[in-house]
Design a protein around this ligand. Structure first.
Ligand code: IPD
Ligand code: CA
Ligand code: CA
Length: 265
């Protein structure tokens, strides 16, 4: 049985509270698909409502902590050691299109290191959580990364840059290599959940460029605590600042890293 610490309880209950609103709003979005105006503005306010709930709940429980929220940006707290890093709605494009795959992601940083992470997926009621040194869990089940050793058997998640975001040819070079070597590539549209899925062994690896700290803070701890490996594309630990990330089980991380490096040469 997984024992949730007080801080994990704070994070999971904040996520559950914000998810109630998101679920209600998602029902509305499904109706708005056929309207001429579309659900765009409505989704932006759903996002802001979720952020407000999370801010209120987290600051009620830990008043001095600093914050980095996707919508509201950074704010310093009286406690210089702790900071919440939060994406109130990861997977906005899925949400906007009525695709039931989105999440709330909450990471807790202590002195520059992520020490607790919660990723909640409301549609399936899946609460992914991890605490440094205590393991990674899905609801009450302990998580382990997959045991696959062969790239040819591996299913790999990714994020495809869109519109003017990112360097498209650079990304396509990596995609070309991974497509030809693995048993498939998935673009599920929610970076935090992609990482949670690596932790759960559903995906064997995941890479993306140009992510934001709130996309990866909670997920990188989940992967580590599930026995996997996370790094930037140079093998360093700058994921929160560079936004480049490769996560995988320990057998596949090295060959994947070598393949991406080769593709980027
Ligand atoms: C996006 C998702 C997506 C990733 C994008 C992110 P948002 O976050 O995580 O999977 O590919 O780079 O921006 O905008 O839905 O919070
Ligand atoms: Ca995001
Ligand atoms: Ca978001």
């Amino acid at each position: 049985m997984a024992i949730r610490s007080p801080i994990i309880n704070v994070m999971t209950s904040a996520a559950l509270k914000a998810a109630r609103g998101l679920k209600r709003d998602f029902g509305e979005v499904e109706q708005l698909q056929v309207s001429v105006k579309g659900p765009g503005d409505f989704v932006s306010s759903a996002d802001l409502r979720a952020e407000k709930t999370l801010k209120t709940e987290l600051s009620k429980a830990r008043p001095g902590y600093g914050m980095l929220f996707e919508e509201g940006g950074a704010s310093e707290g009286s406690d210089p050691h702790h900071r919440w890093i939060v994406d109130p709605l990861d997977g906005t494009t899925n949400f906007l299109h009525g695709i039931p795959h989105f999440a709330i992601s909450i990471g807790l940083e202590r002195d520059g290191e992520i020490v607790a992470g919660v990723i909640y997926e409301p549609t399936r009621d899946e609460m992914f959580w991890a605490e440094k040194g205590a393991g990674a869990f899905l609801n009450d089940r302990r998580l382990r990364v997959s045991a696959r050793r062969q790239l040819g058997d591996a299913l790999i998640g990714t994020g495809i840059p869109f519109r003017d975001r990112g360097d498209h040819p650079r990304y396509l070079a990596t995609l070309g290599r991974v497509m030809g070597t693995t048993s498939g590539v998935r673009r599920l549209g929610v970076a935090s959940l992609d990482l949670a899925y690596v932790a759960a062994g559903r995906l064997d690896g995941f890479w993306e460029f140009g992510l934001q700290p709130w996309d990866v803070a909670a997920g990188l701890l989940l992967v580590r605590e599930a026995g996997g490996f996370v790094a930037d594309l140079a093998g360093g630990q700058t994921m929160l600042t560079s936004g480049d990330i490769l996560a995988a089980n320990n057998h596949l991380h090295l060959p994947l890293a070598a393949m991406l490096k080769e593709a980027l040469r």
